[in-house]
Design a protein around this ligand. Sequence first.
Ligand code: ADP
Ligand code: MG
Length: 712
Amino acid sequence: MTALGLRDLAGIDVGRLKGVGDKKRASLAAIDVDHLLDLLTFYPRRWVDRSNEARIADLVPGDEALVLATVRSVTKRTTRNRRTMVTANVGDGSGRMEVVFFNQPWRERQLREGLQIALFGKADVYRGGLQMSNPVVDLIGDRTGRIVPIYPQSEKAQINTWEVAGWVEEALRRCRDRGIDDVLPEDIRRRLGLVSRFDAFTAIHLPESIADKEQARRRLAFDELLRVQLVLVLRKRAMERDQRGLRHEVGGALVHRFYDALPYPLTDAQRRTIAEIEVDLAAAHPMHRLLQGDVGSGKTVVAVATMLAAVQGGHQAALMAPTEVLADQHAGGVRALLADVSVPDPGNLFGDRPLRVELLTNRVTGADRRDVLAGLVDGSVDIVIGTHAIIQDAVGFSSLGVVVVDEQHRFGVEQRAALRAKTVDGAVPDMLVMTATPIPRTAAMTVYGDLDVSVLDEMPPGRTPIVTKWAEGPLLEAEVWSDIRSQVAAGRQAYVVCPLVGESEKLEVASAEETFERLASDELAGLRLGLLHGRLTSAEKEATMEAFRTGDVDVLVATTVIEVGVDVPNATVMAILDADRFGIAQLHQLRGRVGRGAHASTCWLLTQQPADDAIGAGNPRVEALVASTDGFELAEVDLELRGEGTLMSTSQKGRSDLKLASLRRDRRLVELAREVAFEIVDGDPELTDHPALADELDLLFSDDDEAFLAKS
Ligand code: ADP
Ligand code: MG
């Protein structure tokens, strides 16, 4: 008798379990539990450890405790200040107590007489008796055992935890004879100290102890992570195998001329990153590398060094930015960096020719455009800088060797496909994707798992750190405007970032216009204000940006269009309105627009005064920004605050989801899973020797999931 595979479990309908009739079958369907695999991976939300249980008679007022009790009676009333109050009388044989719930009217329906419940909270003495208010409540029904699993319950679907527990128990009993196939090679399982899969499924649902449950969780979480990593690593290796790339000449004269012309030495991080990139460039397969580096970490230098490797070998390079403004700015920056660098040209009498860098956006038109396009075709343009449109339009290259893409998030699958089409005699250009959105290492391994990742984790020296301050309410807001006025008086410039308004650009623009009018006629009257938002034409945007760059505008009032890349070193103050509406990553990006010059900079985060009852509620995101300017640290906090699942897009919730594994808590496990995935795939590139494992990937990952994982 062979052990049951996950596919077998997925073939057994939950309707075949005792106690699952038509009605319950429908309820289970409502929570997406259709077959035994769904049921066995419908994991408990919590485990109540009854060995910590206290008797009511032994409760110490003021201490937290877990109590198991039976509901005796329930009443509901409305208090004088119009709150609902549900009171339950509960007892456990040793004594009785009162449990009160404020503003939870539904407790009256939930806590029926005779029900077994677990209560976790602090008991106090009230009118001579014991009382717990607003404790954590778990309905445990008639479950016995030392550790009681608590399943996610749904009142709407009419599913309660003890029913689920009963079905799971039956399902496990039925699997016991055949066992559940362990697809993980035995030697790996032993080496990592993982329990068998059948034991894991059993102990996650019916643990003997909390330690037991932890072992089970570790195994099952590892499986989840391993599957994701296998898909990514298989794809990565397939790409390396199937795509032919160019072997670029690294460390040539050109790049050395570039380094010599730099007014500063490279940081260690830049050196290390460039070395990592050079290994890829020299290899026979195309590079697919992600370069993560916080704003200001000096990614442009790395990009230029990468592009020069292509030019050195007689190929071309393209740098793509998400917007025209940024493309423009990049062109300026790259030209400045390469001003003194010429290309060694053996065909030229002087042995050199100037390096040709061109900008190609929609605003380059007419004869100029024709000239650039012709130069790309005949190879006389070495480096072209533009928006993503470069690769989508019918732009022909003589020999495109390297592509650098700025800003990962807006560069999608289609663009990547278009890129592959621009081959040189069948060789795919090397690609470097740069992002200024730091994500934690283990998250990167999962989200960008088919890319190699380099990290610029060191800032160039000589930066004055940005001081971030939280201005809550009108009093502190006044201080913000006065700070901006005094900075402008001292010759500096400022940004005011307008609130995010839902998803609507129209509303956002309206609010930016309103803010602009208000500031111009009131708080910042007399200063020269500019307005920048997404509804302006590119020419208008560029004119405003130029005026700000040249100092003709003191204060730039803008929507989040300034989020990426805008570089005006003289701007030293930023005020972000309604900062609590932004995410951590976005606030960090925005803040990176200041602190780019020699002058000390300030970033003000403004929030409205909270309503009375929310005082002291705090604002963890704003607080995190005040506490740290380190993008990676903030990314960890962000992951912490947003919890799990936010990395995978919500539309992709499916069987491939991480149900137990946490990219945040299971960092070591993510790394192990990645190592094991490489070990397995490198020994067996098509998983022909691991058919059961391959079958599971096939079962659990839809094409959509795979496309999503490959989105980078
Ligand atoms: P990023 O694109 O990563 O935000 P940039 O490439 O724009 O950062 O670099 C930010 C600033 O740091 C630029 O003004 C650049 O001239 C400067 N810079 C880059 N590398 C170094 C270095 N090694 N030493 C000193 N300054 C540097
Ligand atoms: Mg290569």
